[in-house]
Ligand binder design. Structure first.
Ligand SMILES: NC(=O)c1ccc[n+]([C@@H]2O[C@H](COP(=O)([O-])OP(=O)(O)OC[C@H]3O[C@@H](n4cnc5c(N)ncnc54)[C@H](OP(=O)(O)O)[C@@H]3O)[C@@H](O)[C@H]2O)c1
Length: 214
């Protein structure tokens, strides 16, 4: 799998956990050298794990069969648009949250089309877009010594994308993927990240989402 904009904390954390689960990961960047450095750094941090993570430019990352978009939210649609040809027919997971900080609080923004994921889908009309991974704290994902315990919501208009995303997330120890419906749910899922991050700020925590009764 490939991660567009995978050099940030979110991409690094996901790459680390997936590689630890035996998945081949390509970290993408606008600058190939930066991706190489980040991939080298993750492998060096966990030398005994033999993590299969390599660097590439973003075009290289989308040659994978499954792609995660991990850029800032406002860069996701334009980045995906520039790669749309290569993404046609592929499962593309949007994990971006449109948030703004206001004092000790995060507030959700409403992107054009109602969610970042919907904007990503419009930018790559041939791709099978799912929205997921929004609520996972990067610091915990990056630390393989930290025990993960979290539910991960997945929504998409494509059964194939939901199934592939559920399978990918299910490979990571401690994560329970949950089908949360169509891409219409993405706006609410993304916006709820503002609540999660605000809780973390107020309680100095790295909380994860867990749903009772399901
Ligand atoms: N951090 C978390 O805990 C967390 C958790 C869940 C979801 N998310 C979401 O995941 C996404 C990434 O989070 P992050 O904290 O890793 O973000 P980030 O560090 O700000 O950005 C990730 C990468 O995106 C690339 N990028 C930055 N600006 C860009 C632009 N204008 N155009 C194209 N690429 C650009 C950069 O890679 P290059 O410079 O190497 O190209 C950067 O390393 C965000 O949308 C966030 O809402 C974050």
């Amino acid at each position: 799998m490939g991660i567009v904009g995978g050099t940030g904390p979110a991409g690094r954390g996901l790459a680390t956990r997936l590689a630890a689960a035996g998945v081949d990961v390509t970290i993408g960047s606008r600058e190939r050298l930066r991706a190489d450095e980040i991939a080298d750094g993750v492998r060096a941090r966990w030398p005994e794990r033999n993590l299969t993570i390599v660097g590439a430019d973003n075009a290289g990352a989308v040659s994978a069969d499954l792609v995660v978009v991990a850029t800032p939210w406002d860069a996701a649609p334009s980045t995906v648009r520039s790669l749309a040809g290569e993404l046609a027919g592929k499962v593309v997971i949007s994990m971006a949250n449109a948030l703004v900080k206001d004092g000790r609080e995060m507030l959700p923004l409403i992107p054009a089309r109602g969610s970042v994921a919907a904007a990503v889908a419009a930018a790559a009309p041939g791709a099978l877009v799912a929205a997921s991974l929004h609520h996972l704290p990067a610091s915990q994902m990056e630390d393989l010594d930290a025990t993960l315990l979290a539910d991960v919501l997945v929504c998409s208009d494509h059964l194939e994308a939901t199934a592939a995303t559920v399978e990918l997330i299910g490979a990571i120890d401690g994560l329970r993927p949950l089908d949360a419906g169509s891409l219409n749910q993405a706006g609410a899922i993304e916006a709820f990240t503002a609540v999660c991050v605000t809780l973390n700020i107020r309680h100095r925590a790295h909380s994860t989402l867990r749903l009772a009764g399901i």
